[in-house]
Ligand binder design. Sequence first.
Ligand code: UDP
Length: 472
Amino acid sequence: MDAKNAPVEMFFFPFVGGGHQIPMIDTARVFAAHGAKSTIITTLSNALQFQKSITRDQQCGLAITIHSLTLPENADITDIDMSAGPFTDTSILREPFRHLLTQHRPDCIVIDMFHRWATEVIDELQIKRVVFNGNGCFPYCVNDNLRRYTPHDKVGSNSEAFIIPGLPDRIQMTRSQLPNFLRRPSAFPDRLKSADEKSFGTVINSFYELEPSYANYLRNEMGKKVWIIGPVSLCNRNAADKTERGKLSTIDEQSCLNWLNSKQPNSVVYISFGSLARLPPEQLMEIAYALEASDQSFIWVVGKIFNASEEEETWLPSGFEERIRESNKGLIVRGWAPQLLILEHGAVGGFMTHCGWNSTLEGFSAGKPMITWPLSAEQFSNEKLVTDVLRVGVKVGNQEWASWDEKRRTVVGREKVEVALKKLMGNGEDAEDMRRRVKDIAEKARRAVQHGETSYADADALIQELKAQKQC
Ligand code: UDP
């Protein structure tokens, strides 16, 4: 094949950990579906998490492969598996990564911003670097304006509200909702920022119609070069892809579907706090009481629990599981659930979420209104988008940002959880309006990834740009 017709070669270097690895794998698959030759760079243990979906793509004729970096002997690989926290140091991969890039020089490498050391290696080898930050346009703009205008420095207490200047909407936050690293700027986010600034551009997992004024703001006011190509989760079209996403599910797909099939449309709330959050037993207890008091059907994914004893489960009211089993009211998933499959089911009428960007976007794409329960990272910004800007969710009322591995000072009481459940899952006019609005968003999401539409066109635009540069 002559150089002119050769496919563009793109490398993808996802970070380890659910919320960043999962969408980056989908992103690599999206670009392969657009005709790029995609290579996912990872470690052997992580490759196992998504190998099957890549094999299925290959069987469909897509040019997509996995390249596992060989770790130096005696490296502690348990540190860099799927359960790794966001600030895990992955620099142990530096030499194998450099070696790979000197052997094969792709047209570009899409890299997660958390591989902080890798920027230097890529730039030194003069390979085009495209950043993946795992966020949508809205939280990107919020973060940037918080840094630029520091409105949180001008309030008298952590609970006093301030407006974030410059944004298309009136967005109000409190200091207690901001990440530590924004409250006390340190060298770390500055390094992330400069990595972003010197890059070829940023791919964003969102779609233009979801947040048009923020996409425009990013491009026109902040001068960012961005390709908005999502929701990338929509590349998972068959049940196998939806089920085997991230980790192995702890619930079998069929029994989950059978249970959902036995329920009325829009009658079940799906509860999940993502791949990292660790709620304490006393918080889980409040959720359980609220579910029973509101007589609400549910699927509740309980991942890791903060400071929980391995031997005894102290986070459920006495007899709770027996009662829900007898009444067939709910399913508790201990570990990992097939989130896409559940969210897209017609019996699910609402999503109680920690507002991680992926979960939020998956909620939008499935057309499910949300109970927002932000905990860490930029989740409090995402909550504002869901509730205040798009008006498709109800706040549970958590006000306290804490790192995923830190002890929380406050517990959200059962009354607040019950109120939110009733507002979201009830038949009130507000609930109907939210359902209608979010269904409209879901339709726009599906349209955006279709041939010729916005996300499709942006993915193509990056490929064309790389192609043009290749020929220079
Ligand atoms: N996820 C899943 N099953 C689970 C928990 C999480 O499939 O039981 C997926 C979810 O669909 C999403 C990702 O893991 O794609 C979590 O990313 P998000 O940004 O929502 O939150 P984080 O885990 O980064 O806090």
